[in-house]
Design a binder for this molecule. Structure first.
Ligand code: PHE
Ligand code: CO
Length: 295
């Protein structure tokens, strides 16, 4: 594949991250090499197998409905032909992480930015920034779900608003994204299931989040989540569990301005905290946790 264009590195709440040109790019599909497609196939096979009985039904069914498959790296244009008529979302190609406001504006207009390049075979299990596998395999399927699709747009609008309020509001909103869109669990009649993109695109964390005794699994509570720090360098110490996408959408429907005001003077919680008010599915043993490193 041709090389992604890095513009600079920035120190952010996600550590030092490369920032790319904000331009929307056509997916250079013809430039993917046999190795790129093989990386896709390897990851796709491995994750689909791990995710049976672990990811929520909506996620797996939507992947199938969109034709995301083992065959090779999908074409954004093919996916858009299904996604557009179903949910009004459009995938757009990008080089990688966008400046926050650009990202929010895309979501607010039902455009989902997907990194066009894929990791190398040496990076199969870990890379520090989102690539095509994370964005496409992980984020795109739930855009087919009507409630989740609306949640993502509302989040984008909320982000534009928070951007005008200040850094604390943005940090609180980012925590919400982290603990829902990226690392969320959902309670279903069959048991806890994964819907977070950061989990479904990670082999280790797909198992760890549900089966390890180490992390907490706690009921979702909006303001609690917005006050909870998180880890970017290890598996999460805490996962928050929603009881359905409606719970998420309904809880986030109100205007957040009063919440931001209220939280301005409230301390944050460590990533591994369990509070008296928490609805506890599982209290983690904390085994193997590094003591610091929350952000
Ligand atoms: N309702 C929130 C606000 O007024 C926006 C939002 C919606 C934020 C959904 C997150 C998720 O800011
Ligand atoms: Co992501």
């Amino acid at each position: 594949m041709t090389q992604p264009q890095r513009v600079e590195h920035l120190a952010t709440d996600k550590g030092s991250v490369p920032v790319y040109t904000t331009a929307v790019v056509d997916q250079p599909w013809d430039s993917y090499t046999a190795t790129d497609h093989e990386v896709w196939r390897t990851l796709f096979r491995r994750q689909r197998e791990l995710l049976q009985g672990r990811a929520c039904r909506e996620f797996l069914e939507s992947q199938d409905a969109m034709g995301i498959s083992e065959a090779g790296i999908p074409k954004f244009s093919d996916l858009n032909a299904t996604l557009g008529p179903t949910s009004g979302w459009t995938l757009i190609g990008v080089q990688g992480l966008l400046p926050e406001l650009d990202f929010f504006e895309h979501l607010a207009n039902r455009r989902f930015p997907v990194t066009w390049w894929i990791r190398t075979p040496e990076q199969l299990d870990y890379l520090s920034e989102p690539d095509l596998f994370h964005d496409l395999f992980g984020h795109v399927p739930l855009l087919m779900n009507p409630v989740f699709a609306d949640y993502m747009q509302a989040y984008g609008r909320g982000g534009v608003k928070a951007h005008g309020i200040g850094a604390d509001a943005l940090a609180q909103l980012t925590r919400l994204y982290w603990y829902t869109v990226e690392f969320g669990l959902i309670d279903t009649p069959e048991g806890l299931r994964i819907y977070g993109s950061g989990i479904v695109s990670s082999g280790g964390e797909s198992v760890h989040c549900l089966e390890s005794p180490a992390p907490n699994r706690l009921g979702f509570d909006l303001l609690r989540v917005m006050r909870t720090r998180y880890r970017i360098d290890t598996y999460q110490k805490t996962y928050f569990v929603i009881r359905g996408f409606d719970e998420l959408f309904d809880a986030t429907r109100p205007d957040f301005r009063p919440y931001y005001e209220q939280l301005a003077t409230a301390p944050t919680f460590p990533a591994g905290a369990v509070l008296d008010a928490d609805r506890v599915y599982h209290r983690g043993t904390g085994e193997g946790w590094a003591q610091d490193g929350d952000i």
